[in-house]
Design a protein around this ligand. Structure first.
Ligand SMILES: Cc1cc2nc3c(=O)[nH]c(=O)nc-3n(C[C@H](O)[C@H](O)[C@H](O)COP(=O)(O)O)c2cc1C
Length: 383
């Protein structure tokens, strides 16, 4: 049967209770809680270090794998480790993005510390860098009493990666300058692209890169393992990526998950599903209202973590100004199938993998939707 006719016919067999159940959309950040404010979400967390960890885990991180583990040393001190079981070896072979995610965590933690009357003293790699991922301490964090302010804290409970169509005017230079001041990049250089021709050229490259990732089966297979289907799976795992996280309308998502895309490899990688995904991606890129990237002079693990800190503050600044962003990491990724497109991108942006490495690139705009992705309770993350 023609798929379109099948979909139209299938509407008539959906009963209202089933439909409403499938569409139930309450996804608070923290388990069993209505609030997304990390400091109000767990009343039992008394120790300052646990409170600030709870703020830290709200942070953006690649594929929401939450690749962090905590060793608590005292009520005001902890060690952060990478959780080696939650990395992305195929799409992030150097673990560069995973380190950026750790930087995001550390920055959110520091903002949380300021909110509860502390300052965080962060020492990166106190035992030296690990050869094997997750083996050595990534950061030691000590909390010291302080009266520092945290103007970005209020944005933490509202912040989310936004993968929707963007609307309205392009972002102006003035808006960007304001975001830069609010976000205060300390470790990397921020570049804003507002020229429509440049945006269009890069949009095409993002599409090419995403096409490679989607159509190269072994690479997209990693995405499948982190893909969560339906509300129940999202709530159960409290990690990963989903169609809901694509800011799809509830009904469209329900139909897509019912008829086009599911956990089974054959359906996930189907030509039809890939075509719908790539066409939608292209349409969304055409609504980009500006592009921003972060570059560093060298390309060390510290650069990665510190770019994460800058990126995290910038995203909170966007939230404060009612703007949204979405990272577009495919073109930066270091697997061999991406080499050609990445070279093209680096030429266009006068960057390279050794010098002036672009660590993050995002689309920026305005959107009304907001999907809050859940987090795994910290009790399951303490070693
Ligand atoms: C280093 C890094 C790379 C990311 N790359 C992408 C990306 O390519 N595409 C995307 O849609 N989101 C990307 N994200 C966003 C994450 O998927 C997102 O933070 C995560 O799913 C949690 O959702 P939240 O930010 O809404 O809390 C990236 C985030 C980080 C920190």
């Amino acid at each position: 049967m023609n798929r379109k006719i099948f979909l139209i016919n299938s509407l008539s067999i959906l009963t209202l209770p089933i439909f409403l159940e499938k569409c139930s959309s309450a996804h608070p950040r923290f388990k069993g809680n209505r609030t997304n404010n990390p400091l109000e979400s767990e009343k039992d967390l008394i120790e300052p270090i646990l409170k600030v960890i709870q703020v830290g885990i709200s942070a953006p991180n690649p594929h929401n794998t939450q690749a962090w583990k905590f060793q608590i040393l005292s009520p005001t001190e902890m060690n952060l480790y990478i959780d080696e079981k939650r990395i992305l070896p195929i799409t992030d072979p150097l673990n560069r993005q995973i380190h950026i995610g750790q930087g995001c965590f550390l920055e959110f933690l520091s903002i949380g510390a300021n909110k509860i009357g502390y300052e965080s003293e962060v020492k990166l790699f106190p035992e030296g860098e690990s050869k094997k991922i997750g083996e050595k301490i990534l950061a030691n964090v000590k909390l010291k009493l302080s009266k520092k302010d945290s103007p970005l804290f209020e944005s933490i409970s509202k912040r989310a990666t936004n993968r929707d169509y963007y609307t309205g005017e392009n972002i102006s230079e003035q808006e960007f300058e304001k975001l830069k001041i609010l976000g205060q990049a300390k470790n990397s250089e921020l570049v804003f692209i507002s020229n429509q021709n440049e945006i269009n050229t890069l949009n095409e490259i993002f599409y090419e890169a995403t096409k490679i990732e989607t159509l190269t089966r072994y690479i997209n297979e990693e995405n499948r393992t982190w893909f969560r289907f339906g509300n129940n799976e999202i709530q159960k795992h409290r990690d990963g990526i989903s169609l809901k996280g694509q800011n799809m309308q509830e009904f469209q998502r329900f139909m897509a998950e019912t008829f086009f895309i599911s956990k089974e490899p054959e359906k996930f990688h189907s030509a039809e599903g890939n075509k719908i995904y790539l066409n939608t991606f292209k349409e969304k890129m055409n609504t980009n209202k500006g592009l921003i990237y972060w570059k560093t002079k060298t390309n060390s693990k510290k650069d990665w973590i510190q770019t994460g800190m800058d990126f995290a503050r910038f995203q909170l600044s966007c939230t404060k100004e009612n703007l949204v962003i979405q990272p577009l990491s495919q073109v930066l990724q270091e697997y061999k199938e991406m080499n050609e497109v990445r070279d093209k991108f680096e030429k266009l942006t006068s960057s390279s993998s050794e010098k002036n490495k672009i660590q993050m690139i995002v689309r920026i705009g305005r959107a009304n939707s907001n999907f809050i992705s859940p987090r795994i309770p910290i009790s399951e993350k303490i070693i």
